[in-house]
Design a protein. Structure first.
Length: 223
């Protein structure tokens, strides 16, 4: 493997050196994802798609733990790939389960969503003449996800208001968690611990709530 894959990455306030336990709070709070995955799987028995996404949630916790301990380029991929897998996997599930699209159509919509997401940051950089990713500590990459949550929630308001309220409330939690992720580096001088660990805890709540919303929708439709 290219040696550059092992180059250290210091992305968060808590990390003061290249040591394995240089981010103990950021590392250990990933247990929240493991708990969320276990609780969701327990409530989603027999629901294959939600169980698969619960497994992805578990992997999100493992990948993030690796990044916050090893803190190098390859472990960064271990962090971001499971997150992206959950985002696009849940989007596809929402298209089929909440809106009744056939798998082929849901796949096409998901690919379009992914393409739009990939093009958003470069487009914003061009429009502003600045690195929006740098200004937001990378949080701009999650803008498509929050917009999708808001869109799904609003689209469901008339059809299934209970699910809509749940998704919109989850979008609110996600916004708060994203704010903590964004300000992490900027508060270092006043708060050496940073705020990224709050992103972990709240984001675990977000993933859990989304999984439960999907499985409850399925149960409600079957009843």
């Amino acid at each position: 493997m290219d040696a550059s894959w092992f180059e250290p990455v210091r992305a968060y306030c808590e990390r003061g050196d290249a040591g394995f336990w240089a981010e103990p709070v950021n590392a250990l709070t990933n247990a929240a994802f493991l708990i969320a995955a276990g609780l969701a799987a327990r409530r989603a028995r027999g629901d294959g798609p939600v169980l698969a996404l619960a497994a992805v949630t578990f992997v999100v916790g493992i990948g993030s733990f690796l990044f916050h301990t090893l803190a190098n380029r390859w472990s960064m991929l271990a962090d971001v790939i499971p997150i992206a897998s959950f985002i696009y996997g849940y989007f596809a599930l929402a298209m089929t389960r909440f809106f009744g699209f056939r798998p082929a159509a849901a796949t096409a919509l998901t690919l379009a969503f992914a393409a739009l997401g990939a093009g958003l940051t470069p487009a914003l950089d061009t429009l502003t003449g600045r690195s929006v990713s740098g200004l937001t500590n990378g949080s701009v990459d999650y803008a498509p996800a929050i917009l999708a949550l808001l869109g799904v929630g609003l689209a469901l308001l008339k059809r299934t208001p209970g699910t809509a309220r749940s998704v919109l409330a989850t979008a609110g939690v996600f916004l708060v968690s994203l704010a903590f992720r964004t300000v992490d580096v900027s508060v270092c001088a006043r708060l050496p611990l940073g705020t990224h660990f709050l992103w972990h805890g709240l984001n675990a709540v977000v993933l859990y709530r989304l999984l439960i919303a999907a499985t409850q929708f399925r149960v409600g439709r079957a009843a």
